[in-house]
Design a protein around this ligand. Sequence first.
Ligand SMILES: Cc1cc2nc3c(=O)[nH]c(=O)nc-3n(C[C@H](O)[C@H](O)[C@H](O)COP(=O)(O)OP(=O)(O)OC[C@H]3O[C@@H](n4cnc5c(N)ncnc54)[C@H](O)[C@@H]3O)c2cc1C
Ligand code: FES
Length: 611
Amino acid sequence: MTPWIRKLHKWVGLIIALQFVMWTGSGLTMSLLDHERVEGHHHQTSHAHEPPKWPSGTLAPAQIVAAVKTPVQMIEATWLRERPVYRLTNKAAVWLVDARDGAPARVDAHVASAIAAADYRGDGRPGRPDWLSKANLEARGHSGPIWRVPFNDKDATTLYISALDGRILERRNDTWRIFDFVWMLHIMDYTGRENFNNPLVIMAASGGLWIALSGAWLLVTSFRLSEFVPARWRSARELTVFELGGAKLRSLEAHAGDTVYVAMARNGLQLPSNCGGGQSCGLCEVRVRGTAPAPTSADRDHLKGSRIQIGHRLACNLAVDQDMQIEVSGGANLWTERVAKVEEVTAVTPFLREIVLVPETAPGPEFQPGSYLQVHVPSYTVQRHELEPPAHHREDWATLDLPETLANKEAVRRSYSLALPVEKANGRLTLLARFSPGRPHKKRLPTGKGSTYLYSLSPGDIVRFSGAFGDFAVKPGEREKIFIGGGAGMAPLRAMIHVRLDAGARERIHFWYGARNLREAPYVAEITELAQQHPNFTWHLVLSEEAEHGAGLLKGLVHDATHEHLLRGHPDLQACEFYLCGPPAMLAATRKLLDKLGIPEDSIAFDDFKI
Ligand SMILES: Cc1cc2nc3c(=O)[nH]c(=O)nc-3n(C[C@H](O)[C@H](O)[C@H](O)COP(=O)(O)OP(=O)(O)OC[C@H]3O[C@@H](n4cnc5c(N)ncnc54)[C@H](O)[C@@H]3O)c2cc1C
Ligand code: FES
């Protein structure tokens, strides 16, 4: 039930989100406005004084009633300014007669103005009264002709006086007008501003009630019972961990309700993760043996449909409710921390830095092009000057406005792909890291924890890591290969291209790489040379910033350019393999394009760095 409730919660929320903002905003405005000012009391004289004594010699009410020709239901003695009058009422009308002679007493403009002036307190003076044959929006709810008397004060005070009996009907001013406007937004009656039962407000309120109820349901279901019970009081479960499609690695004791990710970490098996179990990086993938629980939206967001079908799930979202068997890739790398020494750090572009590591133990066969290391980022404090770029990049860094001190308070792990085959690098591990500058200007967001750490390294420093992990790899065989990338996506694609060319590949290999400008494109000379040495390898640099376009460079977005110049006219796209890696927007656009071109899912391999 939860998935459809979540969906409906989301869509209903989207539809009435604006009204929610209006309700809260208008409610807040109304509660902030001074009620005395809204009512116009601050411009009203005090009426505490006694009314004048009723004069002698006036006609008796019975005489008045006998004299008028229409039936009278009620008669009241009152004053019209200094004039004693009787107020007569019947079903159809209200009128005044002079108490002394029974003559009709009219409320003309002069009288209305005098009544308004007598009621008013402040710097303003009454303007010429306007005759309204019926109530306008400000005097709504009253019947009969009305005098509107404006005052020239800064609150634009306006008094509404009944033209039938001289009563003050309303005292309006600019504070009331603001109140009235937000009241209209609040009750969603955009014409009369009175009807609290209009269909719009009923619909929106029903939607709001749905949001509140479904939100409460989703909140309750988002908790696991285990979160309320300490681990030692929960029953024990056995979690058996196998190599993917292979041998048993370990049997672990878990507590009912733990996630697989937590249970493994507690037993020293650390699955790859960039988000620390937050269901947002997609790296902690495992396969459930037997029947897997229904996939969650987080599983669907991060894992391919074909994998979900065969039982792959995110370990940080998979509860150990009963004894469970799972398969993981990575083997002993899950519990082994490795050590390497930094040999060289090179600023390849202003914000891409190559870091060459010499590992203490020789890398195994899992260190394939496309695989990544999990760098163990310690807590640290570094000074800005420790990240100092070379002189020719200083201008670019000056635009970042970094704080003097950059700190990371808790150890985390971050993934970095091999940027060169280890064999080609004589057993060294080559990384290419992009700097995550945060957002220095508006609300200062911290620089990336992992990338700042890597940028603080210098030759001789020790780095700890685990891995290699990952299944992004060149497939065996000689199908034509098309690599499309951008940003730090250069790292795995470069390593994969090198490994194929070094192996004497005969298939056609294309590399399309997008950068903003030539300055930000890494390894241009190296890859151009590869293209000159290998007739089956072509490469195209696509620049998105027009200013720097030079001869031979393509302009635009890399997926568009690849489509325009290669895919559109390709005789047999179905026979090709695609390898993608780059910024999220580029990756999404390229995958959408390939989908549109009918390229099957299993011909496309990609790595999503989420940066
Ligand atoms: C399989 C894989 C391979 C990868 N390979 C590479 C690679 O080869 N090269 C490479 O450069 N990267 C690679 N990455 C990405 C890398 O792992 C990191 O995600 C990347 O370096 C950013 O991490 P960070 O710790 O620097 O930034 P984080 O600390 O994770 O922050 C990320 C961004 O969020 C911002 N941020 C931080 N805190 C907040 C906050 N409170 N509110 C809002 N925003 C905030 C930061 O400013 C930063 O811009 C890979 C990722 C994966 C999954
Ligand atoms: S640990 Fe990041 S999604 Fe599971």
